[in-house]
Design a protein around this ligand. Structure first.
Ligand code: HEC
Ligand code: HEC
Length: 355
């Protein structure tokens, strides 16, 4: 970093006096774009999975289930309670509130673009959004259904749902199944793609980013951030120890010790290891880190520099990286934002149980 700063000031002094300035600025601009396209890719239109083909009706059914609190024991918690579609797929709480006001142990990551991650959850314990969707419904701290059969029974007691499942899964012996509930919800999640100005930039529109955002992008790549936060999701591709250079708790003031992936694998090297989060829409998905211990994005950037890299930057440079991260805020698809109308319960539908 120091080296390039010295180079920069020497070069800047020479260039200021020279008529070649415009040309070399152009070079720097196209180098930046070239380097960016090596590190990151623009979003696809939809996030496909050959094992769960997307159809309009499946997506619509999945949306209904996503918003339906009857998939919880209390009849009051839906996926949307913790992953609000209108708030970029999060609840903006340090850790979520679930069944019986239980406070969970980890921050709810966004569902937006999540299907692009190599694995799901902070510790990667689910392979994809299809497998993931089966977790929260049965998690006693989240939606708390006593068994998958109870969830299936609730949904199967509602004739409009049964009709839809038959149409969406025509080959299925029992269309209303726990697997198919998960397939439908995941199909909806696979439409939650949020293209941003950064995608336009990666597509070749150099004016899509401001000068400050471009400077921030340069710093993001030069200081090692893109070593971990890269690819189409700008993260989501690997696990890394949080606190490589120093214990993160010193900076985040986290009270609870969460060993991350270690709890799953029991391997020493996985202690404090977490999935590298996607940085798409990061300006909207505060608070930050697996325990939601940090509210400000520039503080999170500062902490990353100290815990994950050996670089020291000035506050102006941290502000530029933060500005770049702001360009990753995308547009939530309009269709995903339209609320579904849910069919009424019947005499047969099991009653909500808040206990
Ligand atoms: C009570 C709050 C709560 C509810 C309800 C809930 N989730 Fe989550 N969700 C979380 C938390 C917390 C995590 C992270 C847990 C972890 O990593 O250990 C998470 C993780 C996820 C992830 C992984 C994202 C990633 O980046 O790894 C997806 C996808 C997801 N939830 C989708 C859903 C769906 C679909 C539903 C409904 C069936 C649902 N959630 C219901 C709180 C909730
Ligand atoms: C060695 C890998 C690595 C490097 C390098 C790295 N990060 Fe991270 N980043 C992570 C991991 C892992 C997490 C999740 C930590 C946690 O919460 O447990 C994370 C979390 C974040 C978060 C919070 C995301 C969220 O959803 O809460 C931001 C913002 C962030 N990084 C930005 C940066 C920036 C900016 C840089 C460069 C200065 C950087 N990172 C460098 C691995 C890395």
């Amino acid at each position: 970093m120091k080296f390039s700063k010295i180079l920069f000031s020497a070069a800047a002094a020479a260039l200021l006096a020279s008529p070649g300035l415009a040309a070399s600025e152009k070079d720097a601009d196209s180098n930046l774009l070239k380097e960016a396209t090596r590190n990151f890719q623009p979003l696809p239109k939809r996030m496909e999975n050959a094992n769960n083909p997307l159809t309009d009706l499946k997506i619509e059914l999945g949306k209904m289930l996503y918003f339906d609190p009857r998939l919880s024991k209390s009849g009051s918690i839906s996926c949307n309670s913790c992953h609000g579609i209108s708030s970029y797929g999060v609840d903006n709480l340090p850790t979520s509130i679930g069944h019986g006001w239980t406070i969970g142990g980890r921050n709810a990551p966004t569902v937006m673009n999540a299907a692009l991650h190599k694995t799901q959850f902070w510790d990667g314990r689910a392979a994809d959004v299809e497998a993931q969707a089966k977790g929260p419904i049965l998690n006693p701290k989240e939606m708390a259904m006593p068994a998958d059969a109870a969830a299936v029974e609730r949904i199967a007691s509602i004739p409009a749902y049964v009709d839809l499942f038959k149409k969406v899964f025509p080959g299925s012996k029992s269309p209303v199944s726990y697997d198919n509930i998960a397939f439908a919800i995941a199909a909806y999640e696979r439409t939650l793609v949020t293209p941003s100005r950064f995608d336009a930039y990666l597509g070749g529109d150099r004016k899509a980013l401001t000068q400050d955002e471009k400077k921030g992008l340069r710093l993001f790549m030069d200081n090692g951030c893109a070593g971990c936060h890269n690819g189409v999701a700008i993260g989501g591709g690997e696990f890394q120890v949080f606190g490589i250079m120093k214990p993160y708790q010193e900076l985040t003031k986290s009270k609870k010790i969460d060993l991350g992936r270690y709890d799953l694998t029991k391997k020493e090297e996985d202690k404090n290891s977490f999935k590298v989060p996607s940085l798409r829409n990061i300006a909207n998905t505060y608070p930050y880190f697996h325990d939601g211990s940090v509210w400000s994005l520039s503080d999170a950037v500062k902490i990353m520099l100290e815990t994950q890299t050996s670089q020291k930057l000035e506050s102006g440079e941290i502000a530029l990286i933060t500005a770049f991260l702001g360009s990753l805020t995308g547009e939530i698809p309009k269709k995903a934002l339209e609320l579904p109308v849910l069919p009424p319960s019947t005499e047969k539908t099991s009653r909500p149980d808040a206990n």
